[in-house]
Design a protein around this ligand. Structure first.
Ligand code: FAD
Ligand code: MLT
Ligand code: ZN
Length: 467
């Protein structure tokens, strides 16, 4: 059966695009953090949507499951195959055409395997911005950002990826190609089914192409770094920033002193300002000019009101880039340090200080030697509350303590990275049963046989069983 399936896949994609050797499969079988590993039957790389549909039909008729994969930068092990050797990794990386970019309608139609950064660069040539910004954008794909509903640093201004998706083309489990590639800003003709696929983490079908909304490319961007004593002060400063730079505020990021220490030690970077317990990285961007005086006023007000300990407004593009590097290298620096237990939480802003106190006390009680690498998108109420275990072995108890504090404040255990394999047990433990039932009903309606991405977001179902 396996030999026959591999032969069929080779007929569809060409022998060079069906990988079966262990060394060739390895990069697709491990997640970005290199902590989760699977044993796929093979990796298949179709060239177009018709080939994707043929691969889906072949896998279904041979009872093999499919794990969709883009740039494999996901942080929830959603693109990592399981260990049962009956899963085919379907990599979209050959499908990377930018089919059409309309600067007037401000839309781009693009295949799922296109790299986010490449699409952004193309948009910039037309004076437009695809406003999804994350440190992995040089490898993450459009299919991946749609399927994880990616966030990043500009959500504050432009929303999550979901807010940018105008149309999708998807392949369903029976091989049907659904062409919903409409370039419409207004379309209320029935259920907005495409939104079910956004953030579905590859569990409902394969996204093969998307139409995304663009925005005007800002002409002026101003970046500032401040240090503050505590998170309460950071939130007071957030209110001040909203009043001073208004809707131009495009990023409001929190970075702990521990995170800065990690990037200084592992990435060879240096903060240009005096330390506080916390740092804030702010960005304002506009198509009009006049932002710099507004940002300068924000800083002088912050000093006058005793909110900021130190701060700098970048005076050049290079300096702004250097400030952003401090933030963008945190993930990599933490990976180099090792022993980091990742959380991707969100709570209402008004509950943030209480959440931090509650989670901090609970973790320190369980794991007295723990460190805290906390950073993220404070303006969105989303922090990466990462615990440095420093050799401690009770990761599960720490996980539960952090998520219990999240639930106590009506927050989310995944603000932007998704559930994947990494958070499944915690999702099952913390998500109310009524919401779990709705999720299973959606899966049952769209992928009743559980062909796509088994064991991600929902538990793996036995072959032939209902979800
Ligand atoms: P993959 O990792 O390949 O896949 C992710 C999920 O989507 C999997 O479940 C997979 O099965 C599914 N999938 C992929 N392609 C398809 C498709 N075509 N059809 C159906 N399903 C598909 N994320 C954020 O949200 N915000 C951040 O700020 C952020 N920063 C990051 C920084 C670093 C350094 C790293 C390594 C990651 C970061 N991420 C961030 C996580 C990651 O980059 C995003 O989740 C991204 O959207 C994943 O894209 P990808 O192409 O690599 O997807
Ligand atoms: C980020 O905001 O940098 C990312 O989501 C990556 C991470 O959480 O490590
Ligand atoms: Zn993030």
């Amino acid at each position: 059966m396996t030999t026959l399936l591999i032969k069929t896949l080779r007929d569809i994609c060409g022998a060079a695009h069906v990988l079966t050797e262990a060394a060739d499969i390895e990069p697709y079988a491990t997640d970005w953090k290199r902590t989760t590993r699977g044993k796929p039957l093979c990796v298949v790389r179709p060239a177009d949507c018709q080939a994707v549909a043929a691969v889906v039909k072949a896998c279904r008729s041979h009872s093999a499951s499919i794990v969709p994969q883009g740039g494999n930068t996901g942080l929830a092990a959603g693109a990592t195959p399981g260990e049962d050797a009956d899963e085919v990794v379907l990599s979209l990386t050959r499908m990377k055409a930018i089919r059409a970019l309309d600067p007037v309608a401000m839309t781009v139609e693009v295949e799922a395997g296109a790299i986010l950064q490449v699409v952004k660069e193309e948009a910039e040539k037309h004076g437009r911005l695809l406003p999804v910004s994350l440190a992995a954008e040089g490898s993450a794909t459009i299919g991946g950002i749609v399927s994880t509903n990616a966030g990043g640093i500009n959500v504050l201004r432009y929303g999550m990826t979901r807010a940018l998706v105008l149309g999708l083309e998807v392949v369903l489990s029976d091989g049907t190609i659904v062409d919903g590639l409409r370039h419409l800003r207004k379309d209320n003709a029935g259920y907005d089914w495409k939104q079910v696929f956004v953030g579905a983490e590859g569990t409902l079908g394969i996204v093969t192409a998307a139409v995304l909304r663009l925005v005007p490319l800002p002409r002026e961007t101003v970046t500032a770094l401040l240090s503050v004593a505590d998170v309460g002060t950071a939130l007071t400063l957030f209110a001040l920033a909203q009043d001073t730079v208004g809707e131009a505020l495009s990023a409001f990021e929190l970075i702990s002193a521990t995170s800065i220490d990690l990037v200084e030690r592992h990435a060879g970077l240096k903060s240009p300002i005096a330390a506080g317990e916390w740092y804030l990285l702010l960005e304002a961007a506009s198509s009009l000019s006049g932002l710099e005086p507004a940002m300068e006023k924000l800083l002088s007000d912050a000093f006058e009101q005793g909110l900021a300990l130190d701060g700098v407004v970048a005076s050049s593009r290079q300096q702004a880039q250097a400030l952003w590097e401090l933030r963008e290298h945190v993930t990599e620096a933490e990976a180099r340090e090792g022993g980091g237990l990742k959380h991707d939480i969100s709570v209402p802003l008004g509950a943030m200080a209480d959440f931090l106190a509650e989670a901090g006390n609970a973790v320190s009680e369980i794991c007295p030697g723990a460190g805290f690498n906390i950073f993220g998108h404070l303006g969105d109420g989303n922090l990466h509350y990462n615990v440095l275990l420093n050799g401690a072995k009770n990761a599960d108890a720490v996980n539960r303590a952090v998520h219990d504090a999240v639930v106590n404040h009506r927050g989310s255990i995944s603000a932007e990275h998704g559930i994947g394999r990494y958070r499944l047990s915690e999702w099952l433990r913390t998500k109310p049963e009524s919401e779990q039932r709705l999720s299973r009903a959606i899966k049952q309606a769209i992928d009743p046989e559980g062909l796509f991405n088994p064991g991600k977001l929902l538990p793996k179902q036995a072959k032939g069983d209902a979800v």
